[in-house]
Design a protein around this ligand. Structure first.
Ligand code: TXA
Ligand code: MG
Length: 318
């Protein structure tokens, strides 16, 4: 089926080869991943990486995640350690990002990792991302394909909603299965979670056989997304409350949440996984319907609910 948007492409082999060419020319493409869509370019190229920062209007201090197809491919760029290898074996490819020390010989653009001595690396599971990575000789720097501080896209149409015609090549990979960004774990010291996600601290602790810390607020920003407004639909959000005023869109969760015109249920069955998947979609829908403010009822702060609350918390900052 031909898409009405001329910048959305079916991920067939002809188009994957086109994407490969674009990346080899140090331009950018949008790729689907199982978490959210990513704005991808050659991680070894300053030219490509600069384009990513510019399109997103991203601070040059905020480093990008570098995506690889497999362990072997990442070996030349980062220093492995035991915790990483244990987690990789069980969780990868999958929705987890590791902060590791960068090798001296690494060719990763210094601009991509904001001149840090560490690099965030990830092995996405989505078939299309993997097929493209396999064709390439370089890793892909890919932040979420949204304008900085705004909602991450979980479908190719969301990417169009974010960037309008500014992005020329979007590989369509359907709806993102998870719908929230990867869990980020810093393994350059005692394991610490910098961003909660689908992979929970419990799961990581079980694999590593030790407790992992969850960093809530950091004084020195490790992940620049940690402090300021982020994941925002562009309208005010109040969280953890049932108090709403007329004209608010109300987000809730579970069976007891009443059906009303301005009510949006993240999961009627009370599934946190479903709620996580619906979060960005729902916020985007509410914004596009013209609501001026959002009220969110309390969402259980367990398992992936922690990731939902993390994003809502940041989206509610001023
Ligand atoms: O699921 C995901 O991780 C998606 C998909 C596309 O892979 N990507 C994503 O990228 O969420 P982005 O750029 O939106 O978020 C990356 C986060 C940022 O908060 C950044 O500060 C942090 O990772 N980060 C990157 N490199 C880092 C480093 N060396 N140390 C600490 N944090 C780092
Ligand atoms: Mg992002």
């Amino acid at each position: 089926m031909k898409n009405i948007y001329s910048n959305i492409y079916n991920p067939n082999s002809i188009n994957l080869n086109k994407a490969k060419k674009i990346i080899e020319n140090n331009s950018v493409v949008v790729i689907p991943t199982e978490t959210v869509y990513g704005l991808a370019g050659n991680a070894y190229s300053n030219t490509a990486v600069k384009k990513i920062f510019k399109l997103k209007n991203r601070s040059s201090l905020n480093p990008l995640i570098v995506h690889f197809n497999n362990l072997k491919d990442s070996n030349k760029d980062v220093v492995f350690n035991d915790s990483f290898l244990k987690l990789y074996k069980i969780l990868c490819p999958g929705p987890i990002t590791f902060i590791l020390n960068k090798k001296k010989k690494s060719k990763i653009s210094k601009i991509a990792n904001a001149k840090k001595r560490t690099v965030a690396i990830r092995f996405p599971k989505h078939k299309v991302a993997r097929r493209l990575l396999k064709k390439l000789k370089v890793p892909l720097a890919a932040p979420s394909a949204n304008i900085s501080s705004k909602l991450s896209p979980t479908s190719s149409l969301d990417v169009v909603d974010e960037f309008k015609g500014k992005i020329k090549f979007i590989l369509d990979g359907g709806k993102s299965k998870i719908g929230l960004e990867s869990t980020i774990i810093d393994l350059t010291q005692r394991p610490r979670i910098l961003r909660p996600g689908f992979i929970t601290p419990e799961k990581i602790s079980k694999i590593l056989k030790k407790k992992v810390k969850i960093i809530k607020q950091v004084k020195k920003i490790k992940s620049p997304g940690q402090l300021k407004l982020h994941y925002s639909p562009g309208i005010p959000i109040k969280i953890n409350t049932e108090k709403s005023t007329q004209g608010d869109a109300v987000i809730g969760f579970g069976k007891k949440f009443k059906i009303k015109k301005n009510h949006f249920n993240l999961s009627k069955n009370g599934s946190l996984i479903e709620a996580a998947n619906n979060l960005y979609k729902t916020l985007r829908k509410i914004k596009n319907r013209g609501f001026k403010s959002i009220v969110v009822n309390k969402i259980p702060n367990i398992k992936i609910g922690m990731a939902i609350n993390d994003r809502l918390n940041k989206a509610s900052k001023k």
